[in-house]
Design a protein around this ligand. Structure first.
Ligand code: ADP
Ligand code: MG
Length: 695
């Protein structure tokens, strides 16, 4: 459908974007919308009515028949409830209708969405309210209107509301700092985000044969294939035709939806790929990433493929993450993390850098908690991707600058000038864009930070809410201090030196995978929360609750509700995996290996009668026999332990981690060994070689 269109025409063709609004709205309504978006002024109902009418006409022209408020409940995926535009007009006829009221507010039944206890059961109503800062778009015949989702009493039940709150807050505090540096122009500072999305593609027919993939999104069994990622031939390798066709279709689908899909390439593991969009404001980046994940799956289906977004679909090869590139920019077009060419710009850059370093150090535990969920436990701290310890990579050049500030010494790298924070003598800070340290969880890459601990399946909202909020907190502290200063330059210098000195422990430029680093990190007092069960309790640590409450991002109840949802989710996911595992063991693996061993025994009997050698049959049947018993025992234990799961959510999380996961590991070991002994035509489902090299 899209192929004949030229790209600029195709791009955003399904989006009711600013250009379309300019074209279709009266100039008064367009200006009212613009003012609403840039200054936060509310829209009156007559403007909303006009926008709704224009949206409807545009959507109907494009073939839409329905509209839906599109929102992001705390499940981490998107939700939608479709209403058609039709309204009866008598005589068996209809007209197409859509009012400003319907645009602005919806009332979906919220009772089946997780609320973490926020919404009393007697009050099932939830409200969705239009987010005019994110464009409406058409998806599968429905006009989708991005909305926030809250309870009857106004508590946020979604992932968009707090993100918008955090964007406002970081803007407010950043503008205060800019004023101190004489910037009187900037009205708003916006968090910019570019999420790189990794995924696996496998053949759909093979996927269908694996209950674990269908139920859990990852394999629970699978012996190591003869070939994994050892040859290092996949990363950036030539893209195979079927994958290329998928990527082309995906790009066109995303472009039509206004998603700025920019790069695509093969990733490290076989069957693994990546898509990265051009960065945009954090709110649309989050919406667009949700849309991208949805489309990745849907487009795969059209190609007889399945797109796996799970963090660890296959043991033994790399898992999938999401690199969250984050920066702050002004409405005058300046990136606040770009070192400048003048001393004044550099002093400002160093102050923002200091705020970031302090924020990550102060809230490392919370940042870790925002990326904690069962799928990500297979990556973080598990010898791949970044470690579970948070640290910041600054690169050698910038670290040398920071060191010279701390030690009040010459800036060695340029060699020529003394670096004093005393604004006038600041040298140009060299830009180090050559970051190839892939082991750091938080890397400065020239003009932005790359937060690399996110899992591929997760909403990027939580981590960005946190980055925005910790930045707002530190900038607020700095502004409070500097606004009352009588000698700005001297106090600025002192503050920057003090902050870098107090928080230098979080800066680490070495190899994050190294065991020695974990030891060193321990000595530095950095937290090492190796699993979700260890990390999630940090959600409600008093200092973290205080931070979010103080900045109005979450109320105490909202943050507690979120913690509860994540904690419950943990044991729910582990229990589903455990049940799937026992099901596959009982109904697929045990019968298959038993039948195969039985065949071996009867063949051995026949051979023996004939006086032929039967060593293979006998020894294999014996090995299979003892592994089969071990597998049955492991499965029995898993079932027994599953039935003893504690009722309390926090205890259930601990128990799932401490008891069920080791049980599952034991069962898997026996099953994977059995796979290597069983005739390939008797193994009940596709193997790793089948799956990883299927496309
Ligand atoms: P790499 O794979 O080397 O990390 P990519 O180019 O694949 O780099 O991805 C970098 C991502 O960072 C892209 O989404 C890009 O748009 C985004 N990005 C670039 N500059 C900024 C910025 N100032 N703020 C936020 N994101 C940015
Ligand atoms: Mg990257």
């Amino acid at each position: 459908m899209c192929e004949t269109k030229k790209l600029p025409e195709l791009f955003g063709s399904l989006v009711f974007n600013e250009g379309t609004m300019k074209e279709r709205l009266s100039s008064a309504s367009y200006s009212a919308w613009k003012k609403c978006v840039t200054e936060g002024t509310p829209l009156d109902l007559s403007t909303a009515n006009e926008i709704a009418e224009a949206m409807k006409q545009w959507a109907v022209e494009k073939g839409a028949t329905h509209f839906t408020h599109w929102f992001q409940p705390m499940t981490g995926v998107t939700a939608e409830k479709h209403d058609s535009f039709i309204a009866p007009v008598g005589g068996g006829k209809i007209m197409m209708e859509f009012s400003g009221k319907e645009l602005i507010r919806g009332e979906p039944d919220a009772s089946s969405f997780p609320s973490g206890g926020l919404r009393a059961t007697f009050e099932a109503r939830g409200y969705t309210a239009w987010d005019p800062t994110s464009f409406a778009f058409i998806k599968e015949g429905s006009l989708c209107i991005p909305t926030v989702f809250c309870s009857y009493s106004g508590e946020a039940l979604d992932k968009k509301t707090p993100l918008l709150r955090s964007m406002d807050e970081v803007s407010r505090q950043a503008v205060r700092i800019l004023r101190l540096f004489g910037d009187t122009e900037t009205k708003r500072v916006t968090a910019q985000v570019g999420p790189e999305q990794e995924y696996f593609l496998i053949d759909k027919a093979l996927y269908e044969k694996r209950e674990d993939l269908r139920m859990c999104g990852r394999t629970l069994f699978g012996a190591k294939p003869p070939r994994g990622q050892e040859l290092e031939d996949h990363y950036f390798g030539a893209i195979r035709p079927r994958v290329a066709a998928y990527m082309k279709d995906l790009d066109e689908t995303l472009w039509a939806l206004g998603v700025l899909s920019k790069t695509k390439h093969n990733e490290v593991a076989p069957a693994q790929h990546e898509m990265a969009p051009v960065f945009s404001d954090a709110n649309s980046a989050c919406d667009q990433n949700q849309l991208a994940m949805e489309m990745m799956k849907k487009v795969a289906d059209r190609h007889g493929l399945v797109c796996l977004l799970h963090e660890k679909p296959f043991a033994g090869v790399n898992g999938s993450g999401k690199h969250d590139n984050w920066s702050l920019s002004t409405d005058t077009g300046k990136n606040l993390f770009k070192p400048g060419s003048t001393p004044r710009q550099n002093a400002q850059f160093l102050l923002f850098l200091a705020a970031f370093v302090k924020g990550v150090d102060d809230y490392q535990d919370f940042l870790r908690a925002t990326v904690a969920f069962p799928g990500n436990d297979h990556r973080l701290g598990a010898q791949e991707a970044p470690p579970a310890v948070l640290s910041i990579f600054l690169g050698d050049e910038l670290s040398a600058v920071v060191d010279s500030i701390i030690n009040d010494t010459d800036f060695q790298s340029t060699g020529k000038r003394t670096l004093k924070i005393d604004v006038d003598s600041l040298p140009a800070i060299p830009q180090d864009n050559t970051d190839r340290n892939r082991t750091s969880p938080m890397a400065f890459t020239g003009n932005k930070f790359e937060f690399r601990m996110l899992g591929s399946s997760q909403s990027i909202s939580g981590p960005n809410i946190t980055l925005n909020t910790i930045m707002a907190e530190e900038l607020e502290q700095f502004a409070d201090e500097l606004e009352v200063s009588r000698d700005f330059q001297a106090d600025l210098e002192k503050l920057i030196r003090r902050v870098f000195t107090e928080h230098q422990r979080i800066i680490f430029n070495g190899n994050g995978y190294d065991e020695a680093w974990l030891e060193e990190a321990g000595k530095r007092g950095l937290s090492n929360l190796t699993s979700t069960a260890d990390a999630l309790p940090m959600y409600t640590a008093p200092k973290n609750v205080d931070l979010f409450v103080k900045h109005g991002i979450y109320t105490k109840e909202e943050i507690e509700a979120r913690a509860e949802i994540h904690i419950e989710n943990y044991s729910t996911v582990i229990c589903i995996e455990a049940r799937t595992m026992t099901d596959m063991i009982r109904r697929q693996i045990l019968p298959a290996v038993s039948a195969f061993a039985g065949d071996l025994c009867s063949r051995a009997g026949t051979k023996k009668d004939l006086g032929a050698c039967c060593q293979y049959e006998v020894s294999t049947a014996c090995q299979i026999g003892s592994l089969t018993d071990a597998l049955m025992a492991a499965s029995d234990k898993l079932e027994t332990d599953l039935s003893a799961i504690p009722a309390d959510a926090a205890e259930a999380m601990r128990y799932s981690h401490d008891v069920l996961i080791p049980d599952m590991d034991t069962a898997r070991r026996a099953a994977d060994q059995l796979e290597t002994l069983t005739s390939s035509d008797r193994w009940p489902f596709p193997t790793y070689s089948d799956l990883l090299f299927s496309v």
